[in-house]
Design a protein around this ligand. Structure first.
Ligand code: SF4
Length: 355
């Protein structure tokens, strides 16, 4: 039996051409893409997402890595997170590190063709005071090495001065994920709100920082929630969109979550590419464990960036394997440390929404 639906095929082609020509998807069209279910239709969707990636992003893939500068013992209760002090997990705990691990990570990043290194801390957020001074020192040290773009993920920021201090210390891009839709957020965390995350992103943008913000798939959200997350990121004008796939950790409330079918993960990445054609879409935590042998299809689904090296609390496949995967696909690592392709368009989109 032929499961290929000609009318779906035609509508996909129409939407794909529309995005390639600079058009934007309506929410209705986007919901339709998220709700496709036949495998043949999803593969058709991937083919269009691949064309859109090639058109707007070319064949170069940004590689990012992270280093945990303060681990575990976080006051927040994000239900997916092994670093929350609310849950009993095997995740390591240590206080704010000195510069050595950061310098070692920078050296390793450079050796692997990684252009951005994010300093990540497990805590609620950052305020003015001695900890901010130490963080600024680490950022200056990383910047002085010239080996990787200094990025960071340091939680909620309520004081605009903090964002300005980070910028002055050499920070270029700040990661702060929305994680999921505003509707579903209270199901994943109750110690802070979705709105606090949005406000943090606004402070960072006003300080002139680039924004890396995305979410986690497979936490029990609906397809509609994923669609809403993509539109929220578009409206905020973020530059990089990390997509994580839940890798359930024993001891957390989400430890028993059923994994998403791999094809649904690829479909979600492709839908994000349709909605966010110019942004870097970066596949981060959980890709190897959830996608297994088909993980190289993330690029056909529209991904243009990859987090390599180990994640915060889980292991990734070796960097050499990722580099070989890119080579086998005819893709190359992007060596531009400061490259945020189409960043002007992202900034303009954000201004149009948040003047
Ligand atoms: S995700 Fe971040 S804020 Fe939430 S518990 Fe983990 S470390 Fe804390």
């Amino acid at each position: 039996m032929n499961s290929f639906d000609q009318s779906t095929h035609s509508r996909l082609a129409e939407l794909g051409q529309h995005v390639l020509g600079g058009g934007e998807l309506t929410r209705g069209d986007a919901r339709w893409l998220f709700n496709l279910t036949a495998a043949a239709d999803v593969f058709d969707l991937l083919a269009w997402a691949n064309r859109i990636r090639e058109h707007f992003k070319g064949n170069q893939i940004h590689l990012c890595s992270i280093v945990n500068i303060k681990a575990g013992g976080c006051s927040e209760n994000c239900r997916f997170c092994a670093q929350s002090s609310t849950y009993q997990t095997e995740s390591p705990r240590y206080p704010l590190v000195e510069s050595e691990p950061v310098l070692a990570a920078a050296n390793e990043a450079r050796a692997n063709g990684v252009t951005a290194l994010g300093l990540v801390a497990a805590w609620r957020g950052l305020e003015e005071g001695p900890v901010l001074d130490e963080i600024c020192g680490l950022l200056e040290t990383l910047k002085d090495t010239g080996q990787a773009r200094p990025d960071a993920s340091l939680g909620i920021i309520k004081n605009p001065n903090v964002a300005h201090r980070l910028k002055q210390a050499g920070l270029e891009c700040y990661n702060h994920n929305l994680e999921t839709s505003s509707r579903y957020f209270s199901q994943i965390c109750t110690t802070h709100s979705y709105q606090e995350r949005v406000e943090t992103i606004r402070h960072l943008k006003q300080a002139g920082l680039k924004i890396c913000s995305g979410g986690i798939l497979g936490m029990g959200e609906t397809r509609e929630d994923r669609c809403e997350l993509a539109f929220a990121l578009k409206e905020l004008g973020v530059h990089v969109v990390p997509i994580n796939i839940l890798n359930p950790v024993a001891g957390t409330p989400f430890a028993d979550r059923e994994p998403l079918p791999p094809l649904q993960i690829l479909q979600t990445i492709a839908c994000f590419r349709f909605i966010l054609p110019r942004q870097e879409i970066m596949i981060a935590g959980g890709r190897t464990v959830n996608l297994r042998d088909i993980q190289s299809l993330i690029f056909m689904a529209g991904a243009s960036a990859l987090m390599v090296g180990n994640y915060l609390t889980t292991l990734n496949q070796p960097v050499e394997k990722d580099l070989q995967m890119l080579k086998d696909l005819g893709l190359t690592p992007n060596w531009d440390k400061h490259g945020f392709s189409d960043q002007e368009q992202c900034a303009q989109a954000a201004l149009a929404v948040n003047p």
